[in-house]
Write a protein that binds this ligand. Structure first.
Ligand code: FES
Length: 115
């Protein structure tokens, strides 16, 4: 028997490319610690607090690197000039600074720095 069409080939609903309500998830390795809706203009640290997760911070201005996390999936755009708390090597490894990083769309963050 072949798996041919039956003539009742209805248009299947096609999922939209963009989720209407983006979500940020916080992980530690494979363990999901929490997730919440992305609020544009709020930092990774703000989102973590909304999820009940406390990320360590110090300067809160991108200088010290205390809040460094790893971007696993999605977009957290970088400033044109990297802040003192980041360098090119760390960025290549997925590093972002929680105190200044603004997630865009669905994002997965490992709360640990990449290195
Ligand atoms: S707390 Fe210092 S770089 Fe984020």
């Amino acid at each position: 028997m072949s798996a041919g069409t039956t003539g009742l080939d209805l248009d299947a609903p096609k999922p939209d490319a963009k989720e209407p309500n983006p979500v940020i998830r916080f992980l530690k390795g494979a363990e999901l610690l929490g997730q919440c809706a992305v609020n544009p203009g709020e930092t990774i640290v703000d989102h973590a607090e909304a999820c009940g997760i406390r990320l360590p911070t110090n300067c809160t201005s991108g200088t010290c690197g205390t809040c460094m996390v790893s971007l696993i999936l999605g977009e957290v755009p970088l400033p044109e000039t990297l802040p003192p708390g980041l360098d090119d090597f760390l960025v290549e490894e997925g590093a972002r600074l929680g105190c200044i990083g603004l997630p865009v769309g669905d994002v997965d963050i490992d709360i640990r720095p990449p290195i």
